[in-house]
Write a protein that binds this ligand. Structure first.
Ligand SMILES: [Zn+2]
Length: 529
């Protein structure tokens, strides 16, 4: 009897505790967002970016009691030196490591579909332990396990809260890859609306978007918050420098980081007792101030070892840089780069006689780093993540000018289509309408410079990718052109070796008095002196 009353008393204690205790508390939720990452290790001689620093940051947040989730805005399997050997499996290995530290969710970017056949994607998805997200696309590889692995209208639990995610990637009409093993719906707004409705019907507490789209599309999608107040933020990829569009009552926050995790976003979400979410976001620059994670470094070391096994000569010195050569994406996609100048100059001599003009899209140059002091074989290998066959064709001055306009279209920073040039200089005004921004395009003469002659024919060297219409360049094909010939990677290697044999250093400073590219900041300025 006594025992029975003790039991009752205990039960009473438990019940009264339940009645007074608050709901199961949701630990603060923190999202760590990165995008466009191609390296297992860090960049800038190990001093910037990299997954190792992401892991350190995630572990720190976890030690503060935060429930951390890692988001990735796409472009990770390709292109890189390593991808040419392992088709992105090295990145999948790194992602799996991160996923074990904190659950990771990734949307496919256009580069996940760089390969023409499905075999490499099948292998990558099969090896993945992180989640692949996709609402406007499906894999049609024929492999049921892989095709079924892509998650749509994903929800996950964080404490007692349910988070819903929609995710979208670029359609071929906007620069995505068109593949037999991929079906993609380009109606981003329609798919987002439908997915958000599905998430709402599941009773989610918060909605977020993980995308790989152009910034302007993300900003348009952010406006869905006006009708769907639970939409908190959209994080994306494709642009390689940080992007931000602030939030309001009618618009969700939009965020993108820099390539190779040089800059990432940390987004805290905390719910009050009424279930209302507060979102606060901050940009974090990953530099030497953030330590490398010793456990991740074992994984990075493993892949470095494998790479050196394949290319024992990777760290061999092949030449000397005359000055720090800037191959960072922020430079090659925005302005004249001294490293790109050397590269494009080599293009003009690819087909025997020196061609008049050459240009390359900055996005072809994937080093994202400086080349300083010793030029290593690795610097060349990392600069060219793609096959880089060249073509020689002819264009009139008028045609060339029209073709080149594509390089200065659109708004905002860091576009992969920004041209690096040789054999001419160009001056633009971005306040003019897209495709009418070239103010002056000049070619050298014996005693200076003159405007390109509209009806004169010039020989032009471009990458095969651009010749085929890549990056929005429309090069006329109704005339003889060379077949895809010389490979730029070997041409540049040859150029460096030749300079070395002649006892010359490689590269020259960008001359502010005589630039190849000039952008007018206001209309009163003149183009060239
Ligand atoms: Zn992309």
């Amino acid at each position: 009897m006594k025992r029975f009353s003790l039991l009752l008393f205990a039960l009473f204690l438990v019940l009264s505790a339940c009645a007074t205790a608050p709901q199961t508390a949701t630990p603060g939720l923190t999202f760590v967002h990165l995008n466009d990452t191609y390296r297992v290790g860090a960049v800038e001689d190990g001093n910037a970016g990299g997954f190792s620093r992401v892991v350190t940051l995630v572990r720190e947040l976890q030690s503060e009691g935060r429930d951390v989730r890692i988001l990735h805005g796409g472009d990770f399997l390709y292109p890189s030196l390593e991808s040419q050997l392992w088709n992105g499996l090295q990145i999948v290995d790194a992602f799996n490591f991160m996923d074990a530290v904190a659950p990771m969710y990734a949307v496919a970017g256009n580069h996940e579909f760089d390969r023409r056949g499905p075999e490499q994607l099948i292998a990558a998805v099969k090896a993945s332990r992180f989640d692949w997200l996709g609402d406007n696309y499906v894999f049609t590889t024929g492999n049921a396990e892989v095709d079924g692995a892509l998650q749509s209208a994903l929800t996950f639990q964080a404490g007692d809260k349910t988070i819903g995610v929609f995710s979208l990637t670029l359609n071929a009409k906007d620069g995505g890859n068109k593949r037999d093993y991929l079906e993609n719906n380009g109606d981003y707004m329609g798919v987002a609306r439908k997915t958000i409705a599905t998430l709402e019907s599941k009773g989610v507490d918060l909605i977020i978007g993980v995308t790989h789209l152009h910034m302007w599309t993300d900003v348009e999608l952010a406006g869905l918050k006006a009708e769907h107040p639970k939409l908190a933020f959209i994080v994306g990829g494709h642009e390689h420098e940080p992007e931000y569009s602030p939030g309001s009552n009618t618009s969700a926050v939009v965020m993108k980081g820099a390539s190779n995790a040089r800059v990432i976003w940390v987004i805290d979400v905390d719910f009050d007792n009424a279930g209302q979410a507060t979102v606060s976001e901050r940009q974090v620059k990953l530099d030497q101030g953030i330590a490398l994670d010793p456990e991740y470094e074992v994984l990075a070391g493993k892949w470095r070892g494998r790479l050196l096994e394949k290319y024992p000569f990777l760290e061999a010195r092949i030449g000397t840089a005359a000055l720090p050569l800037d191959g960072r994406e922020v430079t090659v996609r925005n302005e004249e780069s001294n490293w790109a100048n050397f590269i494009v100059d080599q293009m003009r001599i690819a087909f025997g006689e020196t061609a008049d003009l050459a240009f390359i899209n900055g996005g072809t140059l994937r080093l994202d780093d400086f080349v300083e002091g010793d030029i290593l074989f690795e610097d060349i290998g990392r600069t060219f993540g793609f096959t880089s066959f060249l073509r020689l064709t002819t264009l009139t001055g008028a045609e060339f000018r029209e073709v080149l306009e594509a390089g200065y279209r659109g708004a905002g920073p860091s576009k992969g289509y920004f041209p690096q040039v040789s054999g001419f200089r160009v001056c633009i005004d971005r306040s003019r309408p897209s495709r009418d921004r070239i103010v002056s395009l000049q070619v050298p003469t014996e005693d200076g410079w003159q405007e390109i002659v509209a009806d004169k024919t010039y020989s032009v060297v471009v990458p095969n990718y651009l010749y085929g219409g890549g990056d929005g360049y429309r090069i006329p094909k109704d005339r003889p052109a060379s077949p895809p010939g010389s490979r730029l990677k070997y041409l540049v290697l040859d150029g460096v070796l030749r300079a070395q044999a002649q006892g010359k250093n490689v590269g020259a400073p960008v001359d502010p008095a005589n630039p190849r590219f000039r952008e007018l900041s206001d209309r009163t300025q003149s183009c060239f002196n």
